[in-house]
Design a protein around this ligand. Sequence first.
Ligand SMILES: Nc1nc2c(ncn2[C@@H]2O[C@H](COP(=O)(O)OP(=O)(O)OP(=O)(O)O)[C@@H](O)[C@H]2O)c(=O)[nH]1
Ligand SMILES: [Mg+2]
Length: 302
Amino acid sequence: MTTRAGFVALIGEPNAGKSTLTNRMVGAKVSIVTHKVQTTRARIRGVAIEDETQIVFVDTPGLFAPRRRLDRAMVAAAWGGAADADIIVLLVEAHRGVTEGVERILEGLADLPQGRTVALAINKIDRVEAPALLALTKDLNDRYAFAKTFLISAERGHGVEDLRKWLAGELPEGPWLYPEDQIADLPMRMIAAEMTREKLTLRLHQELPYQLTVETESWEERKDGSARIDQVIYVTRDGHKGIVLGRKGETVKAVSKAAREELEEFLGRRVHLFLQVKVRENWQDESERYSEMGLDFRDGNQ
Ligand SMILES: Nc1nc2c(ncn2[C@@H]2O[C@H](COP(=O)(O)OP(=O)(O)OP(=O)(O)O)[C@@H](O)[C@H]2O)c(=O)[nH]1
Ligand SMILES: [Mg+2]
């Protein structure tokens, strides 16, 4: 039997639904999702199987005009993911249409080496009426020569099957890239840190999620089969520490509980999760923070 395998990079503006689509394709939550922009910070690989084809989805940080070092490293990681992939899928939000951000991404696509397969996925079709979709499909295809257009709802699953089947047929013949039962290519300690960051982002407001990062400091396997995981939440200001902790430590306690429950489900065993909050004014300028996230610190340079 001939097998196929390859990488499919999902790119788009922040909040377009790239991580939601990755998780749906994989059939498990490998990438965190929130209603806020700039949730994903690094390239996250999730593996899906369609008949004899292994499709490695590369979820990327959203593409936007970078201002800070972390922004630049994130955007570089996203374009890097696109450049390395066999196929690129651009996600555009149906209800937002061709924004300035989308225009900028189309310019970036035009700069990639010729002959790349780029498909368009108009996402969140559950939010608009059919006529608007036709017009948007035409507009986008007038602007860029997409190999194919899909109308999808990553959240509800509409059109996702069609997209996966098409991708499988387009990928090159070759041996699978990962063992059959592997669903993500991301160290467990990072997945665990991401789960905590998701719960924090869902609970906290405004800029704060962007001002914090979570790292797994230690992971200890216990004799009774459980795991003890210690994580540090880095914030940039003293005031933020108080916000993360909450009144009488209520916020961090709730975050810890939610993250632990998700981790236990993911790992299928008991977890003891310990969170500590530390103020580190300049963590966004520290190279170790970037390597822990899977980003290249040098990409953040001007
Ligand atoms: N209505 C609707 N909402 C969706 C759909 N897909 C994703 N969303 C929502 O859009 C928000 C952003 O989803 P994410 O998957 O985190 O988006 P992303 O592109 O990964 O965002 P970044 O990581 O910040 O770049 C979440 O609140 C999702 O639940 C969809 O098909 N329909
Ligand atoms: Mg994301």
